[in-house]
Design a protein around this ligand. Structure first.
Ligand SMILES: C[S@@+](CC[C@H](N)C(=O)[O-])C[C@H]1O[C@@H](n2cnc3c(N)ncnc32)[C@H](O)[C@@H]1O
Length: 287
C-alpha cells in the first residue's frame, strides 16, 4: 500500500515541468510524512498511564486507522475513546499471559486446567491475528502504560514479533508517578530498581538504601511487602506512594517504612498505585 503511494508520487513528479519538479517532490514528501495511515501488520501499543492526553500521537493515529483493536476489559473505556465499537474487541482474560510461559510441570488440578486453556486460547489468538495480517489488515493490541513494563501482553512479542510487528512505546505509570513526585528520579546519580516485589535491592555499606526501589504492585500485598522491606532496611527509610498517577484522583503520600502500615490502617489505597522506597526520595513526611 505504502509502495503504491510512493510510486504514484514519483510518477507525478516525473510528469511536471522541470522548473516546478523539485517543489512537487517536496510537497509529495510532506504528504507521505504526514499520512498517519498504518501499513498493515501488528502493533503492540502503549496507551499511557491513564490520562487521555498522555497517549502519544503515534498511538492515537494507529488506533484510529487499525482494522481491529484488542484490549483487556480494564482498558476498554480508555481505548474506546479512540476506536469505534465495530473495530474493538475485548480480549479473553485467558490471554493475560499469566500461564503462557509457565512451566506446566509445577501446576496441578484447576490451575493446570486453566493454564492449558490459557495456552490454547493464546495459540488461537496468534493464528487469528496472523490470518488478519496475511489479508493485509492492521491489528493493534492496546496495553496499559508502556508495553515493555510488566505488560500482560508481553508474550505476543515472542509469538507475533517479526517484520510485520512493532512495539509503540507509551508513557509508563512510572513516568507519570515520577512527575507527581516532582523530583528527579536519578538524583545524585542514584540507581533505580523497578520491581514487582520479587527483588528488594540491597543496603549500602552504611545500611542505607541509596538506590530508589519502585514497586509495581499488581502482584503484591503492600503490608507483606513492607514487612519484607523492614527486614532489610531501617524504619526511617523514606517511602512514597503514588496512586492513580495522571488521573483526576491522583494522590501522593509521603511516609517512612516504619510508619506507613499504621497510616494505611485509616486510609484505603485505590487499586492502582506505585510504591517508592529509598533515601533519595526528597520530600519527607510531616511528623
Ligand atoms: C500490570 S502492571 C502494568 C504497568 C504498565 N505497563 C505501565 O507501564 O505502567 C499494573 C501495575 O502498574 C501500576 N499502575 C498502572 N497504572 C497506574 C497509575 N495510573 N498510577 C499508579 N500506578 C499505576 C500499578 O502498580 C498496577 O498494579
Amino acid at each position: 500500500m505504502f509502495k503504491n503511494r510512493l510510486k504514484y508520487l514519483f510518477l507525478l513528479a516525473a510528469f511536471v515541468p522541470f522548473g516546478c519538479g523539485s517543489l512537487c517532490v517536496a510537497v509529495a514528501q510532506v504528504a507521505v510524512a504526514d499520512d498517519p495511515r498504518p501499513e498493515g501488520g501488528v502493533y503492540l501499543i502503549g496507551m499511557g498511564p491513564g490520562a487521555p492526553d498522555l497517549l502519544t500521537i503515534k498511538a492515537r493515529n494507529i488506533l484510529k486507522k487499525a482494522d481491529r483493536v484488542y484490549c483487556f476489559d480494564f482498558l476498554e473505556h480508555e481505548v474506546a475513546r479512540f476506536v469505534g465499537s465495530d473495530a474493538l474487541t475485548v480480549a479473553s482474560p485467558l490471554l493475560r499471559g499469566k500461564h503462557h510461559m509457565s512451566d506446566l510441570g509445577g501446576l496441578e488440578g484447576e490451575k493446570r486446567k486453566r493454564a492449558l486453556k490459557s495456552i490454547a486460547e493464546s495459540e488461537r489468538f496468534v493464528r487469528h491475528v496472523q490470518k488478519l495480517v496475511a489479508q493485509g489488515k492492521t491489528v493493534a493490541i492496546a496495553a496499559a502504560g508502556d508495553p515493555t513494563i510488566f505488560c500482560p501482553w508481553s508474550w505476543v512479542m515472542g509469538e507475533l514479533g517479526g517484520s510485520n510487528f512493532s512495539v509503540v512505546p507509551g508513557l509508563s505509570s512510572f513516568n507519570a508517578a515520577n512527575a507527581a513526585l516532582e523530583q528527579s528520579i536519578t538524583t545524585k546519580g542514584g540507581a533505580v530498581l523497578i520491581s514487582s516485589g520479587q527483588h528488594l535491592g540491597t543496603a549500602d555499606e552504611n545500611g542505607r538504601l541509596a538506590m530508589t526501589l519502585v514497586f509495581f504492585t499488581h502482584r503484591t500485598k503492600i503490608d507483606q511487602l513492607i514487612e519484607r522491606l523492614l527486614d532489610r532496611y531501617r524504619p526511617d527509610t523514606p517511602l512514597a506512594i503514588v496512586a492513580e498517577a495522571s488521573y483526576a484522583g491522583e494522590q501522593v503520600i509521603h511516609s517512612t517504612l516504619g510508619k506507613i502500615t499504621k497510616m494505611l490502617e485509616t486510609r484505603q489505597l485505590p487499586k492502582l498505585y506505585l510504591l517508592y522506597v529509598g533515601d533519595a526520595l526528597q520530600k519527607r513526611p510531616d511528623d
